[in-house]
Design a protein around this ligand. Sequence first.
Ligand code: PLP
Length: 405
Amino acid sequence: MQRRELLKFFSLVPMAGSAALIPWAAANAAPPPSVKRDYFKELGVRTFINAAGTYTMMTGSLMHDYVLDAIQYGATEFCMLDELQDKVGEKIAALVHSEAAVVTSGAFSGMTLGLAGILTGVDQRKVEQLPHLDGTGMKSEVIIQKAHDIVYNHALKNTGCKLIYVETAAEVEQAINDKTALLHFLNIEADKGKIQHEEWVALGRKYNIPTSIDIAADVPPVSNLWKFNDMGFSFVVISGGKAIRGPQSAGLLMGKKEIITAARLHMPPRGFNIGRGFKVNKEEILGMYVALEKYIQQDHDKEWKAWEATTAQIDNAAKTVNGVTTSITVPALGNVTPTLQITWDASKVKLTGKELQEKLRSGIPSIEIGGVKDNSITVTVWMLKPGQSTIVAARIKEELAKATA
Ligand SMILES: *Cc1c(COP(=O)(O)O)cnc(C)c1O
């Protein structure tokens, strides 16, 4: 309102002009516009369209509004951290068919905590001894298939345990001894190992040794949330900030009640343990809970069809360029989503994958893609916001076409 209009307005209102009624009028100034700070811009941090996937380096996934609402809600009140973990844990356990569950700071910390719980039970003296196992009477070895040897297994070593690598069931049986704490399985490499899930669980049962599985990147399908609990793994870990789109600094540890109870002795609010640094507060706990609940309820067929349609849009644009061929595949394990590979004949399209990556990255808006090789890249659409696929399709086509000139 202009000053003149304001005066007119005041003249029509009883007690008009009273500073008590309209506080900002007292300052004789218009109310300050609520300016939303653009932190990334202020800081000079590049933001981008994520056509790559759920990468920690790229900050994982984007949370839905209902997750942000839960986080914001959590930030407005105090509560007891343990009470919240108890109550949310019960709800989550029911959703995923486990005896118990706890929100952790990710799948990685879930592995450390689950194993720590197995090693110490609820003996507080042992809790305080980790990661030193020598002379404590605690077990100290974890058996893993060679094909399942990935960086994240370091989470198990953080307890002080040694990893023992095997290939066959016979080797598992030879490796088992009275120091064996756990048989650990990695779902994303399941097809590369000689021993499959059920046999792994059966070996654990036969020797009365707990079994665990890392399914960090293994929804969809949504049924994986309960499949491995139903199968009998003693504990299961999954990331919160991948396809579930919960907080990136959250995950789930699900499993046998006695393991979860013991694992929590290694977590905040308690110190004197190896897990004090794996802190999640009420905000992540509520965010993870609602993200999981809604993820389970959502229409997965509809989401899948939307991913297919969007992938086809980018595919159709890319393959109009002379010398470009494409394929759409779905990984059998881990990051199960349509994955578009765009490949080009290097004699027709004079561009390396790395050069294309740079061009897309430095364009406006900036775009990140994945799977960069000499003459191919990959694109996934599950982390795109509505409308971004049109930009991705146009930019990829544009850069490929330019390189054919
Ligand atoms: C992402 C991932 C992890 C680590 O999960 P966080 O939730 O980031 O701790 C562990 N294992 C596999 C197979 C993963 O893909």
